[in-house]
Design a protein around this ligand. Sequence first.
Ligand SMILES: Cc1cc2nc3c(=O)[nH]c(=O)nc-3n(C[C@H](O)[C@H](O)[C@H](O)COP(=O)(O)OP(=O)(O)OC[C@H]3O[C@@H](n4cnc5c(N)ncnc54)[C@H](O)[C@@H]3O)c2cc1C
Length: 385
Amino acid sequence: MSTDREIRAELVATVRRFVEREVLPVASDMERCDEYPTAIVAGMREMGLFGITIPEAYGGLGLDLPTYIGVIEELAAGWMSLSGVLNTHVMAANLIKMNGTEEQRERWLPRMASGELRGCLSLSEPDAGSDTSALRCKAERDGDEYVITGTKAWVTNGTRAGIVALAARTEEGITCFIVEKKPGPTFEGITVSRDITKLGYKGIETVEMSYDGHRMGSDSVLGGPEGLGRGQHFILSALEVGRINIAARSVGVARAAFEAAIRYAQERETFGKPIAQHQLIQAKIADMGTQLQAARLLTEHAAALKEAGERCDVEAGMAKLFASEAAFTIATESMRIHGAVGYTTDLPIERYFRDAPLMIIGEGTNEIQRLVIARGLLNRYPLEG
Ligand SMILES: Cc1cc2nc3c(=O)[nH]c(=O)nc-3n(C[C@H](O)[C@H](O)[C@H](O)COP(=O)(O)OP(=O)(O)OC[C@H]3O[C@@H](n4cnc5c(N)ncnc54)[C@H](O)[C@@H]3O)c2cc1C
């Protein structure tokens, strides 16, 4: 019988081969054209990745977070956007798995596990990013229904999603709703009002969505009646998974940039020797390799804690903060090592350089991570007496 470690290694190796065969040959061209990777996403679905952390009882693979981050690293090393196709889907599924009623789990998880229903997470608004207390989107009760009005911003996967984990204001406070919709730009009072053009993270959509009187049953309140007003609490826990995902993506992008730099440094010669023989280049390679290793260990540690059910806001924040800054630095250093050619579209280095900054901003900016980490550490080490 295979151990957890063997199952993890096998799936990660399968995804790595998939990336080498199906992703690397086309990623840069598709990214440049901002083309949605339909065939690649179908392949991810065939491998069962949309159900990776969903329990087997609901049709998923039932694998743990450490396996999930191994898969995310492989996908991101090929093309960072692919990890984004999975991230908010997994967060939405995790919200339902952890906080949904049994009826809600049975209603949504099997179709999410198969990839038939794809999920997204809709917290941010045009005037509420870091400051979630400024959320304005509201859900008003009307008999046995809720009526949603407001504008949500930065919804990754929003157009193609069939499930939206939506944060909206109710009388009780912020509540998380599970909105089931038909994929596409319009659906019963929901309109994709803007497709946002980005520096990187291309190929998958990040959109603004307007709710103009969208109606849904009260059974869409995540967690049932007890879930009313508990949305912020639910989403903060889901964000820990999101931050670990961002850390793992950062490790993937950093690894790709680092490996390209190591190869190039041994091939390219100046002043009669490979540039890898110049000590200033060696110093870069040493720093990049050390940062990459530290980023991976922090990410694995946070994933193991979360999987064990322990509180890990500090560790998820540390992993996200360190790994994203490392990815940004390593992508930039890789470009320097490549010289002029690193600045061209002949190589994927410029793509890593454009993708890396998202990780500094997404799932809570690194300024906010520092606040979360400091608050958590101060709580852990209170003054005695
Ligand atoms: C490509 C992309 C995809 C995204 N996908 C999603 C998604 O799928 N779902 C979703 O809900 N959101 C998504 N987001 C939104 C993302 O989570 C927010 O952009 C992020 O939380 C920051 O919010 P903001 O952009 O409004 O910045 P603001 O909150 O306006 O912050 C602006 C600046 O001020 C700093 N700042 C704010 N408050 C403080 C403080 N107290 N102390 C110090 N500095 C502070 C910030 O760090 C930042 O530097 C996405 C964003 C991007 C760019």
